[in-house]
Design a protein around this ligand. Sequence first.
Ligand code: UFG
Length: 327
Amino acid sequence: MNVLVCGGAGYIGSHTVYELIEQGHSVVVADNLVKGHREAVHKDAKFYEGDLRDAEFLDRVFGENKIDAVIDFAAFSLVGESVTEPLKYFDNNVYGTIRLLEAMNRAGVKKIVFSSTAATYGEPENIPIVESDTTVPTNPYGESKLTVEKILKWSDNAYGIKYVALRYFNAAGAHISGEIGEDHSPESHLIPIILQAALGKREKIAIFGDDYPTPDGTCVRDYIHVTDLADAHIKAIEKLFRDNTSSVYNLGNGTGFSVKEVVEEARRVTGREIKAVIEGRRAGDPSTLIASSEKAIKELGWQPRFNTLSRIIETAWKWHSTHPNGY
Ligand code: UFG
């Protein structure tokens, strides 16, 4: 199959490109390299540098390649930044995807897998969270992704574009080869920050709040390995070709770990002392986010393979310890 991966130079996108190529697919990557890294793109993928909001650029990509399906990762994803700069998020994440859907229509491409998020739910009403739960995002990032999910629904209705939206919980870890991994600037995610402290690149990590209604008072999250996420995208494409129906799935391991548990496990994996201090809560953090991924397991035939926190941190450590300054 020929797959166009938008945002294929980013963290989850680059891992998905590796999986696609390992499974024998042909891959075209489109990325504006604002957040992505050219070095993260697999050497066997065809690379185009450009922006989804540029219709001429997209027409060139679709015109020069026979694309069977699209996977769209191209988006900004910093929750805090989205609160202070909402228009930047709606412009890139929503308008960019609208341009992409228009180009797909012009090229007659009718299948898309969309990178969505647990942030579409906002403050959860049930744990574990199921796909039919209420979606009330508490930040513009989650709102932008939920908006695209709605645009996809109506694009299916009007143009017959079939989609799978994948709502990731906490993406973590790195490719088992150690060749690609997580490199954000600025970094705000827990596991890379802990590993930067293990490497001595930070003096300490701050634990944002220990007064949450959780067993040890720190926030609980469902960490899911990036290669397992990548695998789900390929299974989602296969499903679109199998039954040609649109759907939404959560992707997580179904197990929650507290911030303190993650720090403790990172100390064990790295063998390093990692200094942690308790600070105040970070605005907008829900206390607990755990996915029910039963629907994806049943309908996509997906099964996470890196399903322990130690495997996730070990692969992340392999990447960070060999690439202390990123790419
Ligand atoms: N945390 C700390 N210290 C840090 C960084 C994070 O204590 O230095 C805590 C956070 O408060 C949170 C947990 O570690 O409780 C995980 O934080 P991350 O920033 O790694 O991840 P989030 O759960 O905030 O965000 C993730 C994704 C987002 C997505 C969101 C859905 O990264 O893209 O889940 O709620 F929107």
